[in-house]
Design a protein around this ligand. Structure first.
Ligand SMILES: [Mn+2]
Length: 411
């Protein structure tokens, strides 16, 4: 009975949504088609419990192994239907490509971007001396071993069928006397040229920037300008990756996105949200309007033909410290889909006219109407149901988990 009422309410909401969108010159079926085509890559590390610099508070329920993490990713894809690709961290997820491939396949997944972790100390020469950096480490044998690790990741990409290499370095200095800024740049460029030269086929490298941490004085790739300059030096295969958390407070991220698109160098995103620094909170959980503004730019670029939205890599990079990691991942996927639906529901023709007429007030009202007055839930849920997915994947997960718990309790 309750389900019938919910279905009936949903049908009415979808009908209202269709009418609202129609009044803005938007076809709801087209929105649902685009939504169904949107793939969001999830990181294997995001299914484990993360911590702060102070502690990790595990309770024993979190995935511990690569197999456990990919099983959780498989459930995420089963519930959302939108996350077939999993970003892998090497060596954390192991270096046995056959085992990784087999596990991915068992859960209906594919390899996403390869993230070459060169920050965790391991066997010499990649031991404590990694404290001085990886690809810009002034000690030749450490730098060489770090580069060899990256080259090994490229070899793994070929075996795993992964297209994208995600480059984030922990390299940076804590004081002006530690390393010449010119030497840091020289070592970086030399290493990256060799790394990029190892790519083949349609493989790409995404250069990620971060304005601080762990280097508190000068990180090797601190901002989008330097990431763009490097990507340009490295050629066609290199693009810039925008991690939403890696900017100073107040930065206009959507403007960086549009600039990179104009320059033909936007590779993709690491989605997360922040309040203060690189907090790695769930995407859209602090500032959903920022996520909407970013998608507004992406949709405008897609419509104008500047860059097809399908050519942008959408990846989540979050640190799930407190909430259940799988639940928070699904929350993030839902927030990304919502932002996309809202951006697709903007009356583009009216917005262009308002902007041509320098009617800033009207332009803002048009964006505001899309953000606040779009029945996004109805659109998202009907799109999911039509694809044989649960209307609300998070609710579905929680319901099935509480059922499992009560079954275990009665046993
Ligand atoms: Mn990132």
């Amino acid at each position: 009975m309750l389900e019938q009422i919910q279905d009936s309410i949903r049908e009415q909401q979808v009908a209202v949504a269709a009418k609202i969108l129609q009044s803005r010159g938007v076809d709801i079926e087209e929105v649902k088609r685009k939504l169904a085509a949107l793939e969001v890559e999830v990181p294997s590390w995001g299914f484990a419990r993360a911590g702060t610099r102070f502690a990790v508070y595990t309770d024993g329920t979190e995935p511990q192994t690569m197999q456990d993490r990919l099983a959780a990713a498989g459930l995420c894809h089963k519930l959302t239907g939108s996350t077939p690709g999993v970003a892998l961290a090497i060596p954390r997820d192991g270096e046995d490509c056959d085992l990784i491939l087999q596990t991915l396949k068992a859960h209906g997944l594919k390899a996403g971007a390869i993230n070459s972790d060169s920050f965790n100390p391991r066997q010499a020469p990649l031991d404590y001396r990694l404290r001085w950096g990886s690809l810009t480490n002034p000690i030749p044998e450490v730098r060489r071993a770090a580069l060899d690790h990256h080259l090994g990741c490229v070899a793994m990409m070929g075996k795993l069928g992964s297209r994208n290499f995600s480059l984030w370095l922990h390299d940076g200095t804590n004081s002006a006397g530690q390393l010449s800024l010119f030497e840091q740049s020289r070592l970086l460029e030399e290493s990256l040229r060799e790394l990029t030269g190892a790519l083949s086929g349609d493989q790409q490298i995404f250069v990620e920037y971060k304005f601080f941490e762990p280097g508190f004085y000068a990180t090797a790739i601190a901002d989008w300008g330097w990431a763009y300059a490097l990507a340009t030096k490295l050629g066609e295969r290199a693009k810039v990756l925008v991690d939403l958390g890696h900017h100073p407070l107040g930065t206009n991220i959507e403007q960086i996105v549009s600039n990179l698109q104009i320059l033909g160098k936007l590779g993709g995103f690491h989605f997360n949200d922040k309040k203060y620094a690189d907090d790695d909170l769930a995407t859209g959980s602090v500032d959903p309007f920022q996520l909407f503004r970013i998608f507004n730019v992406l949709v405008e670029a897609d419509f104008s033909g500047l860059q097809k939205i399908g050519d942008v890599a959408f990846m989540i990079d979050e640190s799930h410290c407190l909430k259940d990691p799988l639940e928070e991942m699904i929350e993030a996927v839902d927030n990304i889909q919502r932002a996309y639906v809202l951006a697709l529901s903007v009356d583009r023709k009216a917005l262009k006219e308002a902007q041509d007429n320098v009617d800033a007030e009207l332009g803002d009202q048009i964006l505001k109407n899309a953000f606040f007055d779009t029945p996004a839930n109805a659109i998202l849920q009907s799109s999911r149901l039509e694809r044989g997915l649960p209307a609300d994947p998070l609710e579905e997960l929680r319901a099935s988990r509480s059922q499992q718990r009560s079954q275990t309790a009665t046993r």
